[in-house]
Ligand binder design. Structure first.
Ligand code: SAH
Length: 345
């Protein structure tokens, strides 16, 4: 079956020609799909074409299985169903400047970060470009008229650079002028640091913000919590980030989850400042969301503030990431994990 939502207009055009249809139909199909429509809703196409499309392929490959809405801040956590029975998560946050959707790029993840729930059962499979885009379609369908997803972060389950080609295709589709036309400048991609891919991504010339999950100021600590650190040193990782910065002109965001007794004291704040001093970057401090399967805990608000103060004294731009959806298993992989476990019972 062809996933039409994952095709560019030129590719749909080829498909139309193969089916003996007029080429201009491709634009119509593309535009309908990117409004979230099903084949049945494409009322300006002939019934016979709609039937052919249904025989050959799928329209919207993702559907909403459940929505959990936070009573604290209106954040919505989605459980999305895929056609093969797998499920993934997405989070929709509504800020005053518009809606931000966090999307998944894989079912599970194989990076093995100790503090992350997404990776507990490994990676089941990559998502296709259509399945990444389908999450945006679903989120849009829940918003009041006139409101749409405005910003996207690739920070759900999965390592985007472990599914490189589909992620690139997704980025090109979601920013397509005849589709959702979401500016690449409003998209952030978060990676644990596959450095060859960071360099390759820099060469794509897409003005996406690169977030690097650093979480440690030195290799010794990083190796304890992130297996990827055994493959690439922090030095090599920072060098790849600098290359990205040079190529795209976009500042790097370093993600740093504060873990009690591991990476959160003043010495480590200073070490972090030494590491990234002089670089055009921003540090996003995240109090760790406790994952009960692991014995790792977050820190108090006071400890976050102290870490922040040290970075500020050292003239490092840093903020504390607002925690949203804390009451709805907001962190990566937590909801899917909970649902899978409940299913087993
Ligand atoms: N694989 C990518 C993107 C997915 S994770 C990456 O590693 O960046 C998105 C962000 O959430 C990453 O910075 C990740 O390290 C962080 N994260 C994962 N589990 C977390 C937890 N329990 N508490 C706080 N942040 C967490």
């Amino acid at each position: 079956m062809i996933e039409y939502l994952g095709l560019f207009p030129e590719e749909i055009k080829q498909n139309m020609e193969q089916m003996g249809e007029k080429a201009f139909r491709a634009k119509q199909v593309f535009s309908w799909l990117h409004k979230g429509a099903s084949f049945d809703e494409m009322t300006n196409l002939s019934v016979s074409l709609r039937e052919k499309l249904k025989e050959n392929g799928v329209d919207q490959p993702v559907s909403i299985q459940s929505v959990h809405e936070s009573k604290l801040d209106g954040t919505k956590k989605f459980l999305f169903a895929l056609r093969d029975g797998n499920c993934i998560e997405g989070v929709l946050m509504r800020y005053h400047y518009g809606c931000t959707l966090c999307v998944s790029t894989q079912v599970g993840c194989r990076m093995g970060c100790l503090f992350c729930a997404s990776t507990l059962d490994g990676c089941v499979r990559n998502l296709t470009a259509a399945e990444i885009l389908g999450q945006v379609m679903c989120a849009n369908s829940t918003l009041p008229a006139g409101e749409r997803v405005h910003n996207i972060v690739l920070m759900g389950s999965g390592e985007p650079f472990d599914n490189y080609d589909n992620v690139i295709r997704f980025l090109k589709l979601v920013s397509h002028p005849e589709g959702l036309n979401i500016s690449l400048r409003h998209i952030s991609l978060s990676t644990c640091g596959l450095i060859e891919k960071i360099r390759q991504f820099a060469d794509e010339n897409l003005p996406v913000t690169l977030s690097l999950s650093l979480h440690a100021p030195n290799d010794e600590i990083r190796k304890k919590i992130m297996p990827i650190a055994k493959r690439y040193s922090i030095r090599e990782t920072i060098d790849a980030c600098k290359y990205y910065l040079e190529k795209t002109g976009r500042r790097i965001v370093f993600e740093y989850a504060l873990i009690d007794g591991v990476n959160a004291d003043e010495r480590q704040a200073n070490e972090l400042a030494d590491l990234i001093r002089g670089m055009q970057c921003h540090v996003n401090l995240i109090p760790l969301n406790t994952v009960k399967e692991r014995n790792l805990n977050g820190v108090s608000g006071k400890q976050v503030q102290a870490f922040l103060d040290t970075l500020e004294k050292r003239h490092i731009s840093a903020t504390r990431r607002r925690e949203m959806g804390d009451d709805i298993e907001g962190a990566c992989g937590q909801l899917r994990k909970k649902v899978l476990e409940e299913g087993k019972k």
